[in-house]
Design a protein around this ligand. Sequence first.
Ligand code: HEM
Ligand code: HEM
Length: 175
Amino acid sequence: MTPDNQSRYGTVSRVLHWGMAVLLLWQLMSSAAHYFLEDTAIEAFFWPTHKPLGFLLLVLVFIRLIWAVINLAKRPPSLTKAAAAGHLALYGFMFIVPSLALLRQYGAGRAFEPFGLPVFSGFEGEKIKWMIDLGSDFHGELGWAFFAVIIGHISMAVWHKFKDTEQDVLPRMYK
Ligand code: HEM
Ligand code: HEM
């Protein structure tokens, strides 16, 4: 187990970074199957994982943020203010996108039990319209925007590697 230091991220940060990257790739597949392949066997395979996995990602980002704050002074410094802002934006998306869906789920009076865990029980009676509207207006849209920003993040990481004038940052997170 190596801790974070000025030139590279440590074991826990890497496991969180790459573990969540794999889970988010799966989340992209379930979203795309829902959007493009409705009523197909592919959607039937992926879609049931969307809510529980989305919830797990929300739990993981809490842990990741706490870990990042604890280790902030020890971590490799951001190359530019734009890079720091980009990473902050990724954290913003990691929080807001699943939170909006949970809000809608709650407001609609629907119980939520990811992996059999009773997070909240449903209720009878009037639904909470503002919660449903927030989720319906923004969850999917911001979800797609999140995936676009991730593609930007990956492109920047690779661009830094191949542009001679830039510092290669990949070894900070990989190797
Ligand atoms: C799939 C979703 C991904 C998300 C949400 C994500 C998010 C982040 C965040 C927030 C950081 C800042 C460090 C931290 O707090 O963990 C970071 C760093 C980094 N990521 Fe990703 N990342 C993703 C995928 C990738 C991929 C596929 C690559 C490789 C091409 C990559 C390469 C890097 C590198 C090299 C750093 C260190 C950059 C530096 O310190 O300047 N990331 N990532
Ligand atoms: C990081 C986590 C998440 C990401 C990136 C994400 C992403 C997305 C995206 C891109 C869509 C649009 C798909 C389409 O247009 O058909 C979507 C739809 C949906 N998501 Fe998520 N999601 C996440 C978490 C969650 C959670 C935690 C729940 C439930 C508690 C949820 C419930 C839904 C539902 C019901 C839809 C279909 C209705 C709609 O388009 O809003 N998602 N999600």
